[in-house]
Design a protein around this ligand. Structure first.
Ligand code: G1P
Ligand code: ZN
Length: 542
């Protein structure tokens, strides 16, 4: 039976860069999740009788919210819900299921790389029928609705057993619990040259894949160990845990340091990779070489045709504005389109749907393509293995040759987390106010060529997104970018992105922070960041 429940609106359900993210105790408030889910349904039209996909990264509170979402979907009039067994679907796998079964949309429960647990983060994101995150038009409508919602509808059916694969009925709606891995593994096998990768691994190239106690564990086990023949044990931390074992499931040099150190050690594996909480991010390291995500985008694009799924060539590349311009040089050489979008995967959707871009990437350890409408961690790892197999080279050889051909974009991001919100906003306002005065000014050897607050004009739907980050561009291709995170859940996170282009191969082996030292100093001088934030060093450097 369908119940209508009276509720009181919350005023803080504004979706950020990637859905609504809050601490679990916030989500656990009375009707908090219900209000947001009903606000999603109330903002959509034409879904009666259609299919909704639901899945999450397995973090704490995942199962509880999935039970609610299933019962609310039944009450809203969906014809069918497809949910991953155990409530599990990695973000790219959810995107694939939405597309493959032509679902109306999907609800993805995740807070990505943020920690999980009773006092940690949780999130709800709505994806549209193309498999990608809802565009701002929809997320704005959801937020508006959430501020005035007065009731929601829910089936009073008993909780379902999420672990039992099969089909059942809930108040007239069909519920199918599916194997979360099968469709995704088949997709990957269709895109990449599995026989070559299998031969590479059989030849003695040892890999270590760290799932960081998060959602990619079952996917990685199936793909790397079962299908590609990597020895058992190649996939680490493969059991998805509600609190990710107490770690940040964030694949970067800080949180995946153990893997990094292992690959860099003399007898360690030749190749290492890690994924984040919900499986859309990736980190790739080879012996003696960490691959920056910006370089990874460029190198995958430059070598794309080695993979069967991309043998016809790529139509274009898209990157978020703060991502380095390394990929731009590849696009130039391939004579294909290059698109610069605001931060967040949702901005790539239109370009991918229109066939303008094939490969997309962000500096934040996100790479992907038109195979789904999310970034895809394991896809990137498989692409790298396919490239290594095809070129018969190590990661280090591939990267250094790429730099020699295209030049190197030294790149780093400095994050200042949990800064006082007023101080962070004050810094951004002050920066905005002085933008007009910066061009022409010199700071040591650096001369400002241009400065602006990035605005994106979507070439497909004509929408405009303003205030997407402050860019200070120097002559010669160096730049610093400032923006505030849209995914943090406490205080403000200031991100400073620093980039320097070095065409000369003789100068390609400088330590990154050293190569960028002058720009880092100038970034502080222009923004007064340290004084305003009260911090003398970043929380995280990637
Ligand atoms: C961060 C990243 C961004 C990514 C998003 C979701 O957003 O910077 O590239 O798309 O997480 O994974 P931010 O916190 O910077 O708004
Ligand atoms: Zn993620």
């Amino acid at each position: 039976m369908i119940k209508t429940v009276a509720t009181t609106a919350y005023q803080d359900q504004k979706p950020g860069t990637s859905g609504l993210r809050k601490k679990v105790p916030v989500f656990a408030q009375e009707n908090y999740a219900e209000n947001f889910i009903q606000s999603i349904f109330d903002s959509l039209e034409g879904f009666k009788g259609k299919t909704l996909v639901i899945g999450g990264d397995g973090r704490y509170y995942n199962r509880e919210v999935i039970q609610k979402a299933i019962k609310m979907a039944a009450a809203a009039g969906f014809g069918k819900v497809m949910v991953g067994q155990g409530g599990i679907l990695s973000t790219p796998a959810a995107s694939n299921v939405i597309r493959k079964y032509q679902a109306f949309g999907g609800i993805v429960l995740s807070a990505s790389h943020n920690p999980g647990g009773p006092t940690e983060d949780f999130g709800i994101k709505y994806n549209i029928g193309n498999g990608g995150p809802a565009p701002e038009k929809i997320t704005d409508a959801i937020y508006d609705r959430s501020k005035s919602i007065t009731e929601y509808k829910i089936s009073d059916a008993a909780d379902v057993d999420l672990d039992d694969i099969g089909t059942l009925k809930i108040d007239g709606m069909e519920l199918e619990i599916i194997d979360p891995v099968e469709d995704y593994a088949a997709l990957m096998e269709g895109l990449f040259d599995f026989p070559s990768i299998r031969a590479l691994l059989a030849s003695g190239v040892r890999i270590a894949i760290d799932s960081m106690g998060a959602v990619t564990g079952p996917y990685a086990k199936e793909i790397f160990e079962n299908r590609l023949g990597a020895p058992e044990g190649s996939v680490r931390n493969f059991v998805p845990l509600p609190d990710f074992g107490g770690h940040h499931p964030d694949p970067n040099l800080v949180h995946a340091k153990e893997l990094y150190d292992d690959v860099m050690s003399k007898d360690g594996p030749h190749f290492g990779a890690a994924s984040d909480g919900d499986g859309d991010r990736n980190m790739v390291v080879g012996k003696g070489m960490f691959v920056t995500p910006s370089d990874s985008l460029a190198i995958i694009s430059a070598n794309a045709t080695v993979a069967p799924g991309y043998a016809r060539g790529i139509a274009g590349i898209a990157r978020s504005m703060p991502t380095s311009a390394a990929a731009d040089r590849v696009a130039e050489k391939l004579k294909i389109g290059m698109y610069e979008t605001p931060t967040g995967w949702k901005f790539f959707g239109n370009l991918l749907d229109a066939g303008k871009a094939t490969i997309c990437g962000e500096e934040s350890f996100g790479t992907g393509s038109d195979h789904v409408r999310e970034k895809d961690g394991l896809w990137a790892v498989l692409f790298w293995l396919n490239i290594l197999a095809a070129r018969n080279e190590s990661v280090k050889e591939v990267v250094t040759k790429h730099w020699a051909e295209y030049g190197r974009n030294y790149y780093s991001r400095h994050d200042y987390e949990e800064v006082d919100s007023d101080a962070a906003n004050g810094m951004m306002t002050a920066l905005r106010d002085k933008l007009a005065t910066l061009p022409g000014q010199t700071f040591g050897a650096l001369k400002v060529a241009a400065a602006d607050d990035f605005a994106y004009h979507d070439p497909i739907d004509g929408s405009v997104s303003k205030n997407q980050g402050i860019r200070i561009l120097f002559e010669g291709g160096s730049r610093v970018v400032f923006r505030l995170s849209g995914t943090g859940t406490s205080g403000a996170t200031i991100r400073v992105y620093v980039e320097r282009y070095e065409p000369d191969a003789a100068r390609h082996d400088i330590e990154t922070q050293t190569a960028l030292a002058d720009l880092i100093a100038v970034a502080d001088e222009i923004s007064d960041l340290k004084k305003r934030s009260g911090r003398d060093a970043p929380t995280v450097i990637t």
